[in-house]
Write a protein that binds this ligand. Structure first.
Ligand SMILES: *Cc1c(COP(=O)(O)O)cnc(C)c1O
Length: 402
């Protein structure tokens, strides 16, 4: 397609796109010129079953011909069943559905403020502080943006929502210093996605969990990118053995159909009372059918177990490969199918070179190449990707980082 049309009729907030895609199947995607690529971006962790998985397609088609949307003022059986399936994974509690990651985090932020009011004996505006983490990303809406420390996200939008403080990444003492009697909640990504696949250490997560528990502070975990099996566990926080009070989910949940959700522990599930929150589209029959298909395929194809095993060998192979290019590669991070290769050379140029070699990945954290294969990517797909990465490394110019 004529990409110049883009800048004529679309706002430039995503920058100028390099190619246009019009078809996908499994781990493959084709551009409008007919070139085939191996897609290890999954549309940023969204297409967790790859493109057009037959079971997903048939579930969505079937539901579309039955009932697409009613409203949350009526009962939606698929929504209750989806809530049951997700609470079976998260623990005793209840769900609320929405349409995106930012919206899920907005719901968590509002939950925290309601919780703060209940903690202050019903007085509003006293216990409001939400302690988030430097470098985390929670979305682009006002609350979620205010909960995000990065200047790239916040810049130009002052005044931001008040009541947020930022603890230093991976520093328990910094959380400890900020968690006071005015604090309602902590909001944290167990592994930063946009930040470049940076893991909070298990003992730091456990320490934060302990502090929250002792001080009656909500522990709210953002699993929008890291959830849905991506790290080789259903939720990434499971590795540290912590027990959150609330969780946000989105990206992979609908396998490409927009749906987000929050899970709230049973003891806090009544903070939202009738009329206190809502959304027109959230948890529609169609969105829920898409999410059911994702959960079905994850279970039937035992994808989480495969992601854990194959992700570990993918990471090991990336480490072996990158050791040959100490001038190009800084390090390999992450787990499961949630991996990053941080570069000593401009990462955007490297991402472009990989695409020209036939591999789609996305940058993260300014210096990292993020690899998010669909959860059903096979060993064969991974070795093909490794081949493209090896070839690209072997021909990439070594320019020192400024
Ligand atoms: C992508 C992302 C969000 C925002 O989700 P949107 O669907 O883009 O609003 C929030 N949190 C994390 C961790 C994310 O990766």
């Amino acid at each position: 397609m004529d990409l110049s049309k883009y800048s004529r009729c679309l706002i430039g907030n995503y920058g100028a796109p390099p190619v246009a895609f019009d078809r996908g199947e499994g781990t493959r995607i084709w551009d409008t010129e007919g070139n085939e690529y191996l897609d290890f971006s999954s549309g940023i962790a969204v297409n967790c079953l790859g493109h057009s998985h037959p079971k997903w397609v048939s579930a969505v088609q079937k539901q579309a011909s039955k009932l697409v949307h009613c409203t949350n003022l009526f009962a939606i059986p698929e929504q209750a069943r989806l809530a049951e399936r997700l609470t079976a994974k998260a623990g005793t509690g209840r769900m609320l559905f929405c349409n995106s990651g930012a919206e899920a985090n907005e719901a968590l932020i509002k939950l925290a403020r309601l919780y703060g009011r209940s903690k202050a004996g019903g007085q509003e505006g006293k216990v409001v502080k939400i302690v988030a983490t430097e470098g985390d990303f929670h979305g682009r809406t006002y609350g979620a943006m205010s909960a995000t420390s990065g200047s790239k996200v916040r810049s130009g939008f002052a005044p931001l929502a008040p009541g947020f403080a930022f603890a230093k990444f991976n520093e328990l003492a910094s959380f400890q210093a900020l968690l006071d009697e005015d604090t309602a909640a902590v909001l944290i990504e167990p592994i930063q996605g946009e930040g470049g696949i940076r893991e909070t250490k298990d003992n730091v997560l456990r320490g934060i969990g302990q502090l929250c528990h002792e001080r009656g502070i909500l522990l709210m975990v953002d699993e929008v990118q890291s959830g849905m099996g991506r790290t080789g566990r259903f939720f990434s926080y499971e590795k540290a053995g912590i027990k959150p009070d609330a969780i946000s989910l989105a990206k992979g949940l609908g396998g490409g159909f927009p749906i987000g959700a929050i899970w709230v522990k049973e003891s806090h599930a009544d903070l939202f009372q009738p009329g206190s929150h809502g959304t027109t589209f959230g948890g529609s029959p169609l969105a829920c059918a898409a999410a059911h298909a994702v959960l079905d395929v994850i279970e039937e194809e035992e994808l989480i177990e495969k992601v854990a095993l194959q992700g570990a060998s993918f990471k090991a192979d990336l480490e072996t490969l990158s050791a040959k290019y100490p001038d190009l590669v800084q390090e390999i991070r992450g787990r499961g199918y949630f991996l990053a290769m941080s570069m000593k050379v401009p990462c955007g140029d490297f991402v472009t070179a990989l695409r020209e070699g036939g591999l789609i990945v996305v940058p993260a954290g300014g210096d990292s190449v993020r690899m998010l294969p669909p959860l059903n990517a096979t060993k064969g797909d991974i070795s093909e990707a490794l081949g493209i990465i090896a070839k690209t490394l072997s021909t990439f110019p070594t320019v020192p980082k400024q």
